[in-house]
Design a protein around this ligand. Structure first.
Ligand SMILES: [Ca+2]
Ligand SMILES: [Ca+2]
Ligand SMILES: [Ca+2]
Ligand SMILES: [Ca+2]
Length: 363
């Protein structure tokens, strides 16, 4: 417009290259954006109207050599220092905050053994931060040195062909969900724990769990013991699920799910038989067992209708071996909140048989 008086909204200066944007004019600063993340380095500027190549209007890039780092960057806290941050604990800023990472994915940022790099182990915890990785068929053992995977000791058994394992190490043996075909002799203070209701099958070769070692305490939690067959003690046989013939203490307890002995041990005490052993049962179940006092059984289940001696020919595999302290057995014979049902016997003790216990109880 050419005229003498200045019209409203007009200037003498005609150097504005973008008259539609009030922020762009000959005094506009442009910031170099070497990593092309949309944020420029405020240390290198050009002031001009038109946008220089490689420059942007927005400054604030604290690292112009890394396009991952700019004011929009999300940093994840890594409290346990395992190299993975907590998705739910983050900060958005350019400079790296102390104790934060660019990598998320830690499902437990208070446990450095849990991260996407960890290997799944049987412990009821999602170790590898992938809920799709099952614990099925896995077994772990925990002692003073920590938790280790011992699945291979138990994975070799199958229907009709159980493996024999001697648990000679004090500690806790954890079975995750699944079926295990095994006869276990426990010779040290130990807890055998089921996580998510596994079943241990004795496969008519021997009791599922047997104890012959004086002075130890054995605890069973959350396990179903199935298809074991009784062993011999004194003039009797029995204990297809649990057989204890020692001055030992056995506790069958389970705070969350029931320990169930569904073994059909022929002889006396289809499910549990103890001799001199202290037995303490809480919230447990002994059911569907059969026993007889003769060479034949009244078992309603054919698989358990015959008696067999404890397996002596199968080489026993050792989980570990070192001497354990031997406390005196606890005289704690009691049965509380437990179900003993649907057991049958032509002799003594269809479900439980006690011979020479420290404090004999009714069967
Ligand atoms: Ca950058
Ligand atoms: Ca972490
Ligand atoms: Ca972690
Ligand atoms: Ca786990």
């Amino acid at each position: 417009m050419v005229q003498c008086a200045q019209p409203s909204g007009y200037l003498i200066d005609n150097t504005d290259c973008d008259d539609s944007d009030v922020s762009i004019n000959p005094q506009t600063p442009w910031y170099v954006d070497a990593d092309s993340d949309g944020f420029g380095d405020s240390a290198t500027t050009l002031v001009q109207c038109t946008q220089p190549s490689g420059f942007v209007r927005v400054s604030g890039d604290c690292d112009d050599a890394d396009l991952q780092i700019n004011p929009d960057t999300t940093w994840f806290a890594d409290l346990d220092l395992d190299g993975y941050g907590d998705d739910l604990n983050s900060i958005v800023q350019c400079t790296e905050p102390s104790g934060y990472l660019l990598v998320a994915g830690d499902c437990d940022d208070l446990d450095d053994t849990v991260s996407p790099d960890a290997i799944e182990i049987c412990d009821g915890i999602d170790n590898d931060c992938d809920a799709g990785t099952p614990e099925t068929g896995m077994v772990s053992f925990e002692d003073v040195t920590g938790l280790m995977d011992v699945s291979s000791y138990f994975s070799g058994g199958g229907v009709g062909a159980p493996v024999s394992v001697v648990l000679a190490d004090p500690g806790e043996l954890n079975f995750c969900d699944g079926d295990y075909y095994v006869n276990i002799e426990v010779t040290a203070n130990a807890t055998l724990r089921g996580i998510n209701n596994p079943t241990l099958h004795g496969e008519d070769a021997a009791p599922v769990v047997s104890v012959y070692t004086d002075g130890i305490t054995v605890r069973l939690e959350g396990l179903t013991l199935s298809d074991g067959i009784g062993a011999a003690f004194s003039y009797y046989t029995g204990g297809g699920g649990l057989f204890c013939d020692a001055l030992a203490s056995v506790e069958i307890v389970t705070p969350s799910s029931r320990t169930t002995a569904q073994c059909k041990g022929a002889g006396n005490g289809g499910g549990v038989a103890i001799n001199e052993c202290s037995l303490d049962m809480l919230d447990s179940e002994i059911s569907y067992n059969a026993a007889s006092s003769g060479g034949t059984s009244s078992s309603p289940r054919a698989r358990c209708s015959s008696m067999a001696p404890p397996s002596t020919t199968t080489p026993r595999r050792r989980v570990a071996a070192w001497p354990s302290p031997r406390p005196p057995p606890a005289p704690l014979d009691m049965i509380d909140k437990s179900l003993v049902t649907r057991n049958s016997s032509t002799g003594q003790g269809g479900g439980i048989y006690v011979l020479g216990s420290l404090a004999p109880m009714p069967t």
